[in-house]
Design a protein around this ligand. Structure first.
Ligand SMILES: Cc1ncc(COP(=O)(O)O)c(C=O)c1O
Length: 441
């Protein structure tokens, strides 16, 4: 390449003069489809069913403000100072209390506070993944995790799910085929509760079976659980970490149960891994924000945080109901998942509709969603989309679903009118839940 000029050769159209200088791992960093969407979908006239923003307006802002004030009055100099790489002892104690609600009993020594659970994902991946190592993940999986795994040059192998979550038999078969191919599998990444994006919850029996499979192959389980306390009816089964202290790294977050702006999450890890996580945390960021930790801790100490989570449950339940009513009314011929908590519904489109190529038309009709392809590392997902019900009001959700249905039904009509190959098949609506497309990875 010419120095400080336009790169030559195969990338001669690339205007980045540093194009050939980046480390190989930078090739895994590309703007996610969700991110690219935010710019368009944030126009006020567009109903966005795309993002996963919690409805923070339901928080008691006066209580948060008084937590801020008390932190500044009582502990200002410490809150404004660097802290420990592991996080403040007071907050780690409170995190234990929170995790106990999901059946987890650990030691305060084994909790590491992170800058959101996204950083927990990054730290664990940094500790375990060499280029070419395999990460097993559900099909589909959280877009932000796929981004992290890619950035460390992991090979991502998607495992099929159904309405009860990850399918243990599919996991067993995949481990066998990858092992036979000489691959090194480092961990299974799973979101057992109110999955992002699939909306489903892993059954208790499967949790136990999956833990047993992973234990017998020495595969670490990375359990990511930001939504577990946001259930609508009954709580989900207890966390996988509640029955396996040695084989699970558990990630938690205050982003959905409190507010993502604090950027506070945590990892609970087996002792030896915990030690490395602290070192990796210090090397990455020195310490998580002291100020955020103090404020979150003060809020937990003084506010009725369990009552607040109940309020969130009610808000999101109403929004989920509005979305399901809209789907039942306007798209009764399609399949979707029925989440019992969390933020997301996963919708199947009939072939040959394509959620990615349909998106510009949807945005033109003033509704946005996230195409299923964002949640696969292998290009799958064209016949799925994620619909988020967390942020818009119930009425706005109903409007959004009406608009979306007009786009989808318009596409089906168009294809039926002009197709040489017969009618779009919308007749086989199955009982309820989708199987993500089989993934041959
Ligand atoms: C499954 C999952 N994991 C992790 C995260 C990241 O959350 P945090 O804000 O704690 O970094 C999200 C955010 O949407 C998520 O859905």
């Amino acid at each position: 390449m010419t120095s400080h000029g336009i790169a030559q050769g195969s990338s001669s159209t690339n205007l980045d003069p540093w194009y050939h200088h980046y480390a190989d791992r930078a090739a895994g960093l590309s703007a996610s489809e969700v991110r690219a969407l935010f710019a368009v979908a944030s126009r006020p006239e567009v109903v966005s069913l795309a993002g996963g923003m919690p409805y923070v307006s339901a928080l008691p802002s006066d209580l948060i403000r008084s937590a801020f004030d008390r932190v500044m009055i009582e502990s200002g100099p410490q809150a404004l100072q660097y802290g420990s790489g592991q996080g403040t002892p007071a907050l780690r104690e409170q995190i234990l209390e929170m995790m106990a609600l999901e059946g987890i009993h650990g030691s305060v020594d084994d909790v590491v506070v992170t800058t959101g659970s996204q950083q927990g994902l990054d730290l664990v991946t940094k500790l375990f993944i060499n280029p070419g190592d395999v990460v097993l993940a559900e099909a589909p999986s959280y877009v932000g995790a796929i981004g992290v795994f890619r950035s460390y040059q992991a090979e991502i192998s998607h495992i099929a799910m159904d309405e009860h979550g990850l399918i243990p038999e599919a996991l067993r078969e995949r481990i066998a085929s990858l092992t036979a191919a000489g691959k090194t599998i480092k961990f299974l990444y799973t979101i057992p509760n109110f999955h992002n994006p699939a909306g489903v919850t892993l059954s208790w029996e499967r949790r136990l079976e999956i833990l047993e499979i992973c234990r017998s192959h020495q595969i670490l389980v990375l359990e990511d659980n930001p939504y577990g306390l946001l259930y609508f009816d009954a709580p989900p089964p207890q966390a996988m970490r509640s029955v396996d202290e040695e084989g699970v790294v558990y990630l938690g977050s205050f982003s959905k149960t409190l507010a993502p702006g604090f950027r506070i999450g945590w990892a609970l890890a087996p002792h030896a891994i915990r030690e490395k996580l602290i070192l990796a945390n210090e090397s990455a960021i020195l310490s998580p924000s002291s100020f955020s930790q103090f404020v979150v801790s003060e809020y937990l100490r003084t506010a009725d945080w369990k009552g607040q989570i109940d309020t969130f449950r009610g808000v999101y339940r109403d929004r989920r109901d509005a979305m399901l009513e809209g789907l039942n009314e306007h798209l009764p011929h399609l399949n979707w998942t029925v989440p019992n908590g969390g933020f997301y519904v996963w919708l199947d489109l009939p072939a040959p509709l394509d959620s990615k190529s349909m998106l510009p038309r949807a945005v033109k009709e003033l509704v946005a969603y996230t195409p299923g392809t964002a949640f696969f590392a292998n290009g799958n997902g064209r016949q799925q989309m994620r619909l988020s019900f967390c942020y818009p009001t119930p009425d706005t959700i109903r409007l959004g679903i009406r608009r979306l249905a007009a786009v989808i039904n318009g596409e089906i009509e168009l294809l039926n009118t002009f197709s040489q190959t017969g009618q779009v098949d919308v007749s086989r609506r199955s009982e309820r839940v989708t199987n993500p497309p089989p993934d041959m990875n």
